[in-house]
Design a binder for this molecule. Structure first.
Ligand SMILES: NC(=O)c1ccc[n+]([C@@H]2O[C@H](COP(=O)([O-])OP(=O)(O)OC[C@H]3O[C@@H](n4cnc5c(N)ncnc54)[C@H](O)[C@@H]3O)[C@@H](O)[C@H]2O)c1
Length: 330
């Protein structure tokens, strides 16, 4: 099989590329290397283009035909919630325009299987602590909106010309499957904590008076390698005749608080972590955990790693990369 992976040079995409290569599949990557890195794709060919540009359609059609592509996994997107609020048109153009181009190219090349990177951001502020896919999606920022529209687009193409489509709604992705594939961005909690410490500062906690066991926000942390495996399992699912669902949470059903993550990082790293306390941030739900029941039952997928493995692997990858932090006693 040959799989075309958009955004394959990025954090999550590179994990999927490596898993595919390890199971003997061929991979072609489409990436503009805006946040991705060439050396993360294990020698797979890279078509270097912004997928939201018009010319990307022809380039993707050519690549699909030349490499006899059988399925697409679409990661390439902008993913910063705050930036999406400041630059909505850019986010709509990149994420929705990019998705439209991917589907257009697939229709032209008659490639029928598509796995799409969606997000828990599609839920907004869910009414229940553990959210199921049946919850009404009500995104509260343009980023989440672009992901929801991406899901609509995939579903509509299924009805229109037979695209076999599944969207994976990721919760809080962290950790690394290999030391050279750590999260290069400083946008999520774990790298943000490590980055502040590397710069001689303490991490911040925004609000400790939420209605949660220790007062800090609770999130569902998912190991990036488990998430990568969910994509491989989704490809298998798409090849089946019976596909009852096209949206799946990729979460663990278990929440960890900001305080627990900081304590865990201190434990696995030996760092002295003494967070500074700030006011709550607007728009942070107190508790956001994904029910994994549907993906467990339909795809047979379950997360194999817990918070300890996530934090240990994130710390090791951080130390292996260019951003080593010296720990007292080392
Ligand atoms: N990391 C998370 O916690 C998280 C959570 C939910 C959803 N997601 C989604 O998962 C996907 C991958 O996220 P990631 O964390 O690996 O991000 P990333 O920034 O590391 O990877 C994105 C990749 O896509 C490429 N890219 C971005 N825009 C492009 C464009 N217009 N044309 C071509 N290539 C482009 C980048 O160069 C990069 O290689 C994104 O769609 C993101 O919205 C991520």
């Amino acid at each position: 099989m040959t799989i075309l992976v958009t955004g394959g040079a990025g954090y999550i995409g590179a994990h999927v590329v490596r898993l595919l290569q390890q199971q003997g599949d061929q991979v072609v990557v489409v990436d503009n290397l805006s946040t991705g890195q060439r050396d993360r794709v294990g020698g797979a060919p890279i078509i270097e283009v912004d997928i939201a540009e018009d010319r990307a359609v022809d380039l993707m059609v050519d690549a699909m035909r030349e490499h006899s592509v059988t399925a697409v996994i679409h990661f390439a997107a902008q993913k910063q919630v705050g930036e999406s609020v400041a630059r909505p048109a850019y986010y709509y153009h990149q994420n929705i325009g990019g998705m439209a181009n991917v589907i257009t190219a697939m229709e032209r090349a008659q490639v029928r299987d598509l796995v799409f990177s969606s997000s828990a951001a599609t839920y907004g502020m869910p009414p229940t602590a553990i959210v199921e896919e049946t919850a009404d999606p009500r995104p509260i920022n343009p980023y989440g909106e672009t992901k929801l529209v991406g899901e609509w687009m995939g579903r509509a193409a299924g009805k229109a010309w037979g695209l076999r489509f599944a969207a994976l709604r990721y919760f809080n992705v962290a950790g690394s499957g290999w030391d050279d594939l750590g999260d290069p961005a400083v946008l999520n909690l774990v790298p943000m904590v490590l980055d502040r410490i590397a710069n001689g500062k303490q991490p911040l906690i925004f609000g400790n008076d939420y209605d949660t066991p220790d007062g800090t926000c609770v999130r569902d942390y998912i190991h990036v390698l488990d998430l990568a495996q969910a994509h491989i399992d989704t490809l298998t699912y798409l090849a089946k005749d019976e596909r009852p669902y096209d949206v799946f949470n990729v979460g663990t059903g278990t929440g960890s608080s900001v305080r627990e993550v900081l304590d865990g990082l201190a434990r696995v790293s030996g760092l002295a972590i003494e967070p500074e306390l700030f006011e709550r941030r607007a728009g942070d739900p107190p508790h956001l955990v994904g029910s994994p029941a549907r993906i467990n039952e339909t795809l047979g997928w379950t997360a194999q790693n817990g918070l300890e493995e996530i934090l240990t692997s994130a710390w090791t990858a951080w130390q292996t990369g260019p951003r080593r932090i010296s720990v007292a006693g080392e």
